[in-house]
Write a protein that binds this ligand. Structure first.
Ligand code: NZQ
Ligand code: ZN
Length: 382
C-alpha cells in the first residue's frame, strides 16, 4: 500500500431540511457573498430557503455563474467582493458554482492575475473561507479542494487545487435534487462513476479496503443508475446517490492507491473545444482508455469485471467484459459514448494531441498516457 496523509476538514451536514442550519454554521459577523448559477435556485425554492436562513445577516449576492464557470465572470465577482469587503463565501449550486466560488476565494487572497494559479496551481495557497449548499450530486466539489475553470476566448479549461480550498461545511439536502433535469442526473451518475474509476482502475497497490470501498460505490451507482433515470424524487435513492457522489471524490477512496485522471484531462479538452457537458466527455473517453491501456490496467480490469459486473470466463474475457459493460452501462443511462455521435472527428483529435505535446503532458498513474496514446484512445471513440 502507498504512503498517504488523509485529512478532510469539511463538515458534512446531510439530510432533509438542513438548509436552515446555515444560520448556526456561518460566523455571526461575517460579510457574506452568496454565489449561484443561472437561476435554478430561484425556481426550485432553494434561494428562498437560503435567504430565510440568512435573515438579518450581511449578504451580497453574485448570480450568473455559468456551467463550466467562466474566468471573466469570476474575475468580476472577485472585484465585487473586494469592493464589498466580503470575508465569507457561500456557494449555492452544482459543481460549477462551487468551483467558481473556490476560484473567487483563492483570487481574493492572490495579488496579480488569477489566471496565474490555473497555469501554475502551486501558486494557489490561500483562500477566503467558503461553504456550500449543494444542488447537484456529481463532482464531489462540496468536499474537496479542487476546481476547474474555463476561459472561452482561448478554448481552455484548467484545474487547480488549493490546500485551503476545502469548504468549511457543505449542506446536502437530497430534496433539492428533485428539480434537476434528467440530463444532469445522468451527468452526475457518470461523473461519480468516473471519479471512482480514476482512483481504482490503475494497478494493484494492495490497498484492499479502498478497493472494496470503490467497488461499493461503483455497485451502488450500477444499482441506482437506471432507477434514477426513471425518476429522481424518491428520497432514499437520491440520498444514496448524493452520498455516493461525495464519497467518490472527497479523498477517502484515494488512501493508499495510485491515481489516473487521464480520462478527465482529455475530457476537459472536449468541453473546452466543443462545449460538451463534463459527464458526457467521460462517457466517451473512459471505454477508450480501458481498451488502449488494457495491458497496463489488466489486473484491475479483471478484478473490476469480476467484482462489479460478476463476469466469468478467462482473464482475457473478463477484461473485455469490463470495457463492454462500462460502455453498455453509460449507454443504458441514455448518454452517447462516441465522438461521431457529437459530430466530432479527426481534426479535434489532432488539436488535442498537439496541445498535450506543447504542454509536455504524459498522463495516467504511470505517466504512460503520452500524446500518442491519447490519439489512439480518441480514435477508438470515433
Ligand atoms: O446554473 P443553474 O441555473 O443553477 O443550473 C444548473 C446548470 O445549468 C443546473 N442545476 C444545478 N442544480 C440544479 C439544477 N437545475 C435544477 N435543479 C437543481 N437542483 O444544472 C446545470 C449544470 O450544473 P453544473 O454545476 O455545471 O454541473 P456539475 O455539478 O456537473 O459541475 C460540472 C463542473 O464541475 C467540474 C466540471 O469540469 C464542470 O466544470 N468538476 C469539478 C470537480 C471538482 N471540483 O472536484 C471534479 C469534476 O471532475 C469536474 O471536473
Ligand atoms: Zn469529473
Amino acid at each position: 500500500m502507498n504512503n498517504f496523509t488523509f485529512c478532510n476538514p469539511t463538515r458534512l451536514i446531510f439530510g432533509k431540511g438542513t438548509i436552515a442550519r446555515l444560520a448556526d454554521e456561518i460566523p455571526a459577523d461575517a460579510r457574506i457573498m452568496m454565489t449561484y448559477g443561472g437561476g435554478s435556485i430561484r425556481r426550485n425554492g432553494v434561494y428562498d430557503q437560503v435567504m430565510a436562513a440568512l435573515r438579518g445577516r450581511s449578504v451580497v449576492e453574485f448570480g450568473g455563474i455559468e456551467p463550466n464557470p467562466e474566468y471573466a465572470t469570476l474575475v468580476r465577482a472577485i472585484e465585487l467582493a473586494r469592493v464589498e469587503g466580503v470575508d465569507f463565501l457561500l456557494a449555492v449550486g452544482g459543481g460549477s458554482v462551487i468551483d467558481g466560488t473556490k476560484f473567487i476565494a483563492t483570487g481574493l487572497k492572490y495579488e496579480g492575475d488569477p489566471w496565474d494559479f490555473l497555469v501554475d496551481p502551486s501558486r494557489a495557497v490561500d483562500a477566503v473561507p467558503l461553504a456550500t449548499v449543494l444542488t447537484l450530486p456529481a463532482t464531489g466539489s462540496e468536499m474537496n479542494n479542487g476546481a476547474v475553470v474555463s476561459r472561452r476566448e482561448r478554448n481552455e479549461k484548467l484545474a487547480f487545487h488549493n490546500p485551503k480550498g476545502y469548504p468549511v461545511f457543505s449542506v446536502l439536502d437530497p430534496e433539492v435534487c428533485y428539480s434537476l433535469p434528467g440530463r444532469q442526473v445522468v451527468n452526475g451518475i457518470v461523473d461519480s462513476f468516473a471519479h471512482t474509476l480514476e482512483q481504482y482502475l490503475t494497478f494493484d497497490s494492495q490497498s484492499m479496503v479502498m478497493d472494496r470501498w470503490a467497488e461499493g460505490l461503483l455497485q451502488t451507482l450500477v444499482e441506482l443508475g437506471p432507477k434514477l433515470v426513471e425518476r429522481h424524487d424518491r428520497y432514499d435513492e437520491v440520498a444514496n446517490f448524493m452520498l455516493t457522489a461525495t464519497m467518490a471524490l472527497n479523498g477517502f477512496i484515494a488512501m493508499g492507491v495510485p491515481q489516473d485522471w487521464a480520462t478527465h484531462m482529455i475530457g476537459h479538452e472536449l468541453t473546452a473545444l466543443h462545449g460538451l457537458d463534463h459527464g458526457v466527455t467521460l462517457a466517451i473517453v473512459y471505454p477508450g482508455m480501458m481498451r488502449v491501456m488494457r495491458a497496463e490496467k489488466f489486473d484491475k480490469l479483471v478484478q473490476y469485471a469480476e467484482r462489479v459486473w460478476g463476469a466469468t470466463g478467462t482473464p482475457e474475457q473478463k477484461a473485455e467484459a469490463a470495457v463492454a459493460k462500462t460502455e453498455e452501462f453509460f449507454r443504458g443511462l441514455g448518454v452517447k459514448t462516441r465522438l461521431s455521435e457529437h459530430g466530432i472527428g479527426e481534426e479535434t483529435i489532432d488539436f488535442i494531441v498537439d496541445r498535450f505535446r506543447q504542454r509536455g503532458w504524459a498522463l495516467g498513474e504511470r505517466r504512460l498516457v503520452t500524446p500518442e496514446r491519447v490519439a489512439e484512445i480518441l480514435r477508438d471513440r470515433l
